[in-house]
Ligand binder design. Structure first.
Ligand SMILES: [Zn+2]
Length: 235
């Protein structure tokens, strides 16, 4: 019987397995998933990835449950099954070599925007403008099918985060923690905007203020995958 190829970096892989569990616990505690929703992945090498198992609550994952797969989603080792949503991870890694990790959840405030048919693209919070920029809304595609990622295609090379219509949220990062913190920032921004709509009118920053933030992030050398936000005073 043949045995699986040796792990290229066992120490690093062990830490990533632990990190996937820790991110799962945080996502679960934040209420960003119900039941077994959501999936995360990390790139280990050019054709090797660690993925969360399907059919397991993100709050109760163990390091040994993670599945090591190739780009097609074929299991290299691990007992668990890969999520049917692997297709959207695969297309993202194929399109962008700089993506090291992907987090997908159904975090409720940002998902509410997607259900309402709204992108998170108003220039409201400087932190969001500076780090993530506008969060586009990808058209609906049935989960588990090829349609799921068809709507994502126009945005994969433009942004590190987007909403999936009537479904959830995807964020990219150089590593798992960056993808997680982008998710946290996005959900927080969505929550504030929903609260603001309840207490009054949402007022954006002015165009010149947004342009200043754009210049600052460019000078700081931040990730160029960024979409401009909408201002009330735009023509
Ligand atoms: Zn989903």
């Amino acid at each position: 019987m043949s045995s699986p190829p040796p792990d290229p970096d066992p120490m690093n892989s062990d830490q990533i397995r632990e990190d996937l569990c820790e991110v799962g616990r945080r996502v679960f505690q934040h209420g960003w998933v119900a039941s077994n929703d959501g999936n995360f992945s990390v790139r280990l090498g050019s054709n090797e990835f660690l993925v969360t198992p399907t059919g397991v609550s993100k709050g109760f994952m163990k390091p040994e449950m993670m599945v090591r797969v190739d780009i097609e989603g074929n299991s290299i080792d691990g007992k668990g099954q890969v999520s049917s949503e692997w297709k959207m991870h695969r297309i993202s890694y194929q399109k962008r070599e700089d993506i090291g990790a992907i987090v997908h959840t159904h975090c409720p405030h940002a998902t509410a925007f997607s259900v309402a048919g709204l992108a998170l693209d108003q220039a409201v919070l400087p932190e969001q403008i500076y780090t993530l920029g506008a969060i586009p809304l990808a058209p609906y595609g049935q989960p588990g099918t090829h349609d799921l990622y068809q709507g994502m295609l126009p945005y994969i090379e433009k942004s590190n985060a987007f909403l999936l219509k009537n479904h959830g949220v995807v964020t990219y990062g150089k590593d798992l923690w960056e993808a997680f913190f982008s998710h946290e920032a996005l959900e927080h921004a969505a929550r504030i905007q929903i609260l603001a709509r309840q207490v009054g009118k949402v007022e954006t920053l002015k165009r010149e203020q947004v342009d200043a933030l754009h210049r600052a992030r460019t000078e700081a050398g931040l990730d160029p995958h960024w979409i401009d936000c909408r201002c009330d005073d735009d023509d």
